[in-house]
Design a binder for this molecule. Structure first.
Ligand code: HEM
Length: 459
């Protein structure tokens, strides 16, 4: 296993990688035009620490658990979210996901208590209710044999959960204009994070125009709600918790612009990721009937036909292992980027300040040194005794270190309750012959719509 170093830097040795400068078109021209296969190929050829030059920029690929710990935990201050996050900042503002110190530290401390398991427990009812609304829609669909577009269904559900939890309104149902504007902004953010050269916002391209219009709509909507809360006093939603969160020393609360940025970022970070997790879970279950059978046995025993609640979560052990294993194979956040400030050394190789690192859970999670049969779907890998056998950072679907996902408890609670509630009523069967690949589009999306038919399990 490799060793990382925190001692003063002496090495000038470069990590292995292609000699030629791959210029900016390299990723686009790679196999399948796909970022994931580009980096997979790089890793297979050059190993755990590979270096690639793209135009003026050197990029290091980080996949080894020791290197992950080095970058995300031990030397986190040297690896901020600098330039690599500029595009997201343009789309979403400067909130928890996109900011660096000192703003990030201040905001994280302020927001952390809101997102503890206890803090988010109050949203469990909304999660179950959203699943029940989906069941009700499924029951009355006009053609019971027609396939559902499961990725869209899960997006609708996750949007309903995040908007009702954030400000008590179902944005996709009751505020369609704002819902549409939000989707436009999220799409713009994903598209920009994938592109190399973007026209500045003042250039009136159709995409820029759509984005600016959507931003105006969503700002009117968000500031409208913030002002209403200020007039009427806080409610029992995430926005109210964020509005009333006070700095321990000064007693200061967030200003309006910061609140707006944090709410927008919560939507971006918390909605599509959870929807992708659920979509991939249904897909994998349909391909692995023996896992599906065990899931059904567990939900039938624990729930016996009634709605799940918070107390059930601890008993839904296999349900959770299925989600953990889905997150291993298809981490919605498959790639993370950082921008080293000063020269550093990893495994005897120079990581120059001003370069970039790409950290890829997608590869770590299938690294044969840490995972037997890496492509196999085996939830039992997440039994406690099995977890203990692996290095801590062989698995990090929610990131690692101080910047670990603040919404992980929220996401896992939502996915567990929704999966259990839907699975006790329906089996989702993939349309025969459909094959879906993971594709990196800001998150790890299915390469085509996931079409599935429903089979009722309980009348
Ligand atoms: C399955 C669902 C989710 C996955 C896989 C996921 C994954 C991640 C990952 C990997 C990071 C770290 C990114 C980095 O270090 O560059 C992150 C950060 C973040 N996530 Fe999530 N996330 C999920 C759901 C959520 C939810 C539901 C919320 C909010 C309700 C949320 C809010 C955030 C925020 C605000 C950050 C930035 C934290 C910081 O830098 O302090 N996420 N997420």
């Amino acid at each position: 296993m490799s060793k990382t170093m925190t001692a003063p830097m002496t090495t000038q040795r470069q990590a292995p990688g292609p000699q030629q400068n791959l210029l900016l078109g390299a990723l686009i021209g790679s196999r399948d035009g796909d970022t994931i296969s580009f980096y997979m190929d790089l890793w297979r050829k050059y190993g755990d620490l590979a270096r690639v030059k793209m135009g003026p920029m050197a990029i290091h690929l980080i996949v080894n658990p020791d290197h992950v710990r080095h970058v995300l935990v031990e030397r986190v201050d040297n690896y901020p979210k600098g330039m690599s996050h500029d595009k997201l900042r343009i789309a979403l503002g400067n909130g928890l996901l996109t900011s660096d110190n000192p703003l990030w530290k201040y905001q994280r401390k302020l927001m952390q208590p809101t997102y503890t398991p206890k803090g988010i427990a109050q949203f469990g009812d909304i999660m179950v209710d959203a699943a029940d609304q989906m069941l009700a829609r499924w029951r009355v669909r006009s053609n019971p044999d027609a396939a559902l577009v499961v990725n869209q269904e899960m997006m609708r559900l996750a949007m309903s959960v995040i908007s009702r939890s954030t400000f008590g309104l179902d944005i996709s149902e009751d505020f369609k204009e704002a819902g549409q504007a939000l989707m436009t902004i999220l799409e713009f953010a994903s598209a920009r994070s994938m592109s190399f050269i973007d026209p500045p916002l003042f250039v009136p391209t159709p995409m820029n125009r759509r984005f600016k219009q959507a931003l105006e709509t969503i700002d009117n909507f968000l500031y409208g709600i913030i002002h209403e809360r200020q007039r009427q006093g806080p409610g029992d939603d995430l926005l109210s918790l964020l509005m009333t969160a006070r700095d321990e020393e000064t007693g200061a609360v967030m200003d309006e612009k910061q609140l707006r940025d944090e709410v927008l970022i919560t939507f971006f970070a918390g909605h599509e990721t959870t929807a992708q997790l659920l979509t991939w879970t249904w897909y994998l279950l349909s391909k692995h009937p023996h896992v599906e059978e065990k899931l059904h046995a567990e939900v039938d025993t624990v729930l016996n036909g009634r709605q799940p609640n918070l107390d059930d979560v601890k008993d839904l052990v296999y349900t959770r292992q299925i989600l953990d294993e889905t997150l291993r194979l298809y981490s919605p956040v498959a790639i993370m980027a950082r921008d080293p400030l000063a020269d550093d050394e990893i495994d005897g190789c120079l990581i120059p300040g001003g370069s970039m690192v790409t950290i890829m859970p997608f590869i770590t999670h299938r690294h044969p040194a840490f995972w037997d049969n890496p492509e196999g779907f085996m939830p039992e890998r997440f039994e406690p005794a099995e977890i203990k056998k692996r290095p801590r950072y062989a698995y990090y679907p929610f990131g690692a270190g101080p910047r670990i996902c603040i919404g992980q408890h929220f996401a896992l609670l939502e996915a567990t309750l929704v999966l259990a509630e839907l699975a006790q009523h329906y089996r989702l069967k993939l349309v025969p012959g459909l094959w879906v690949e993971p594709q990196f589009m800001g998150t790890l999306r299915p390469s085509r719509d996931v079409l599935m038919t429903l089979e009722e399990r309980r009348a």
